[in-house]
Design a protein around this ligand. Structure first.
Ligand code: FPP
Length: 243
């Protein structure tokens, strides 16, 4: 089945898992896998834009990743600086708007400034919105939204789902339609818990650095076959065939 334009998801969210195993298979340190992961990310951003996907959100560093060995944490932080330095000009040229979502307080001023530089440089781009979840956790996001609502003095009876959604870190984007996780694990791992309530889930055994156009298209074909119901009844196959 070829990709059907009206079945392309507006928003794809990806847990980029498998960098460590990619490195281990090559007898290399984990950093080697993360570095290859950045190259895969740039490839996938381009492929998503070419397919008309409007929003791509990726999990680059979770609230829990601070518990990794110190040298891995510092190499991931350093990688942000390298990634911005190396890839910002081409992402800029390709019309990618970059946003960083997550708790900025926890990261160093140097990393925060590099992220903000990327955001400022691409603020007028519209071809695809790339959100990089960094020092992010789905539970953190719900808590920070509640805190902001409380700080604004909003009365309990005024709080509903729409209001909470407006205070979440991804309030600028529609909810993800398709959630992809690479690396073979079947978990959401605290990514976009609120926003993926009705996302279609696709799990790939491919390690993230090896994920490319073919794997993306497999996920998009899988998505195109799904019947999205948002809690409503299943379509009657007889009525659907005669419609
Ligand atoms: C999970 O693989 C991956 C991460 C914790 C980091 C993801 C980061 C990137 C792909 C780089 C892009 C991000 C930046 C800094 C711009 P893992 O290490 O858990 O792999 P494993 O399960 O095979 O050990």
């Amino acid at each position: 089945m070829d990709l059907v334009p009206h079945r392309i998801p507006r928003h794809v969210a990806i847990v980029m898992d498998g960098n460590g195993r990619y490195a281990r298979k090559r007898y290399m340190p984990r950093f080697f896998g993360h570095k290859a992961g950045v190259d895969a990310l740039v490839r996938v951003v381009r492929a998503c834009a070419d397919r008309g996907i409007e929003y791509l959100t990726v999990f680059a560093f979770s609230s829990e990743n601070w518990n990794r060995p110190e040298d891995e944490v510092s190499s991931l932080m350093g990688l942000v600086l390298v990634a911005v330095q190396k890839h910002l000009p081409e992402l800029q040229r390709e019309g990618v708007r970059i946003r960083i979502v997550g708790d900025r307080e926890g990261v160093s001023a140097q990393v925060r400034e590099a992220c903000e530089r990327a955001e400022r440089a691409t603020a007028h781009n519209r071809r695809i919105h790339l959100s990089v979840a960094f020092n992010y956790g789905g539970r953190w996001d719900i808590v920070q939204a509640c805190r902001r609502i409380a700080a604004a003095g909003i009365a309990p009876q005024q709080i509903d789902e729409a209001l909470l959604a407006r205070h979440m870190a991804m309030s600028f984007a529609p909810d993800p339609d398709l959630f992809i996780r690479t690396g073979g694990e079947l978990r959401i791992s605290n990514f976009l818990l609120w926003q993926t309530a009705y996302a279609e889930l696709h799990f790939s055994d491919c390690l993230w650095p090896e994920f490319g156009e073919a794997e993306l298209d497999a996920a998009l074909r899988d998505y195109a076959r799904r019947e999205r119901r948002f809690g409503t009844v299943k379509a009657d196959p007889v009525l659907a065939a005669t419609a």
